[in-house]
Structures are given as structure tokens and as C-alpha cells.
Design a protein around this ligand. Structure first.
Ligand SMILES: NC(=O)c1ccc[n+]([C@@H]2O[C@H](COP(=O)([O-])OP(=O)(O)OC[C@H]3O[C@@H](n4cnc5c(N)ncnc54)[C@H](OP(=O)(O)O)[C@@H]3O)[C@@H](O)[C@H]2O)c1
Length: 205
């Protein structure tokens, strides 16, 4: 598949390398394609990964992974231009974490999620929540002998089937939670886990 990975951070780099290794055509979109990390990523891939700006990456792909901060993902996609996403499959791995001196909370109310906000912004795209419960380092390290569970959610059955096929090739056992409203539980679980980590850090002080 032609896959765009937006954001060359921990998740973006891990997914881009794994998808390219599996033979997909990968374009990484980054705010600054000239930055050292981005050029190194392209060079290390031996031609398997192209690095461009955000818009060009989206334009050149049929599937877009938004590996950017969850609290900013809607703003970032609005900046790229929602028209670029028409008809595309969008994987949302984000957790909309807000960290303050008071603790860790979600940028979205309990009856909303980053994934649903994205789908509202991109009515012509098909958003699938996936990966947000998995650590970047473990996202696509293939363990064929041991199928690992990955929960996904989305409103478009065909889109979820494509994502499932893509991820099953990396050893994931897909558990479809249902419509995109189920992304609320997926995001809340991850944010609560991070809030617990934050509180235990406080106890250790
Ligand atoms: N790390 C994990 O283990 C993990 C696991 C599950 C889910 N997630 C979620 O996946 C998403 C990406 O996580 P990550 O760990 O890859 O984060 P990260 O290392 O901080 O990378 C995020 C990338 O987003 C881009 N970006 C665009 N605007 C930004 C801004 N204003 N501030 C900061 N970064 C900006 C940057 O890429 P460019 O500069 O290249 O454009 C940055 O490298 C997050 O929503 C996170 O909650 C992370």
C-alpha cells in the first residue's frame, strides 16, 4: 500500500520502518524534512522511505497514519487541509494527553474522543482507531508464533478490514470493538494508564 506516516517521532519512525520493511511504499511527513533525524530515516531505509512535508505525504498515499500529539491532532490535520484526506483511510494512534502540574487528563470530554473529532473534520475519510494502547517499540515487531491482541474501532467496516489485514501480517490478533465511539474507551484507558504513571512518579519523590 502507499502509506503516509505524519510525524517523525517515536511512533512515526517505528511504523514507517516496519511498513517499509514489509514492502509498503512509505512517505514520512515531517514539519522539517531537512532535519537530521528525517534525512537519517530516509538514508537508513535504503530508498524504502521518502521524507516530505505533511501535505505532500498525504497527497501521495492511500492510507495515512497520524503519529502526532493527540491533543493537537485535529489542529494539525486542519493545517494540512481536510480536502487532502478525501476517500482515504486514516489510522489514528493518538492519545490526547494533557500534562500539567496537577496531573494527566484527556483533551476531550468523556462523550468525545480525538478519533471522533478527526472523523467530524474529515467526513470523506475513513478513520480507524488503532495502535494507541501499544508502546511504540512494540508496535510492529513481528512475533508470528504468538498472536497479540490489538483493539481497533471505526465506523467503516471495509476500512477496518483493510487495517486488520495490514496489522495481522505483523502478528496482531485484531479485536474490533465496534463503532468509532468506542475510541473513547481506548483513549481513556491509555490516558488513565499515563495518569497512574504520573501519580506513581509523585509517590517516588
Ligand atoms: N510513544 C508511544 O509509545 C505511544 C504509544 C501509543 C500511542 N502513542 C501516541 O502516538 C502519537 C505520537 O507519539 P510519539 O511518541 O511518536 O510522539 P513524539 O515522539 O513526540 O512525536 C510526535 C511527532 O508529532 C509531530 N508534531 C507536529 N506538531 C507538533 C507539535 N506542536 N509538538 C510536538 N510534536 C509535533 C513531530 O513530528 P515532526 O517534527 O517530524 O513533524 C513529532 O515528532 C501521540 O498521540 C501518542 O499519544 C504513543
Amino acid at each position: 500500500m502507499r502509506i503516509a506516516v505524519i510525524g517523525a517521532g517515536s511512533v512515526g519512525t517505528a511504523l514507517a520502518e516496519a511498513f517499509a520493511h514489509a514492502g509498503h511504499t512509505v512517505t514520512v511527513g515531517t514539519r522539517n524534512p531537512a532535519k537530521a533525524g528525517a534525512t537519517a530515516l530516509a538514508e537508513a531505509s535504503g530508498g524504502g522511505i521518502r521524507v516530505t512535508g505533511y501535505r505532500e505525504a498525504v497527497d501521495s498515499s492511500e492510507l495515512v497514519v497520524l503519529a502526532v500529539p493527540g491533543r493537537l491532532v485535529v489542529e494539525i490535520v486542519a493545517g494540512i487541509g481536510p480536502d487532502a484526506f478525501g476517500g482515504k483511510l486514516v489510522i489514528d494512534p493518538t492519545n490526547p494527553v494533557v500534562v500539567t502540574d496537577e496531573g494527566v487528563t484527556s483533551a476531550f470530554a468523556e462523550d468525545d474522543s480525538a478519533a471522533e473529532a478527526l472523523q467530524r473534520l474529515l467526513p470523506d475519510a475513513r478513520v480507524v482507531k488503532a495502535f494507541n494502547q501499544i508502546e511504540a517499540a512494540n508496535m510492529l515487531d513481528r512475533l508470528p508464533e504468538e498472536k497479540r491482541p490489538m483493539r481497533i474501532a471505526g465506523d467503516d467496516e471495509a476500512a477496518k478490514a483493510i487495517v486488520a489485514g495490514l496489522l495481522e501480517a505483523f502478528g496482531w490478533k485484531i479485536r474490533d470493538l465496534g463503532p468509532l465511539t468506542r475510541a473513547r474507551a481506548l483513549e481513556r484507558g491509555a490516558v488513565e494508564w499515563m495518569a497512574g504513571q504520573w501519580r506513581s512518579g509523585l509517590e517516588g519523590e
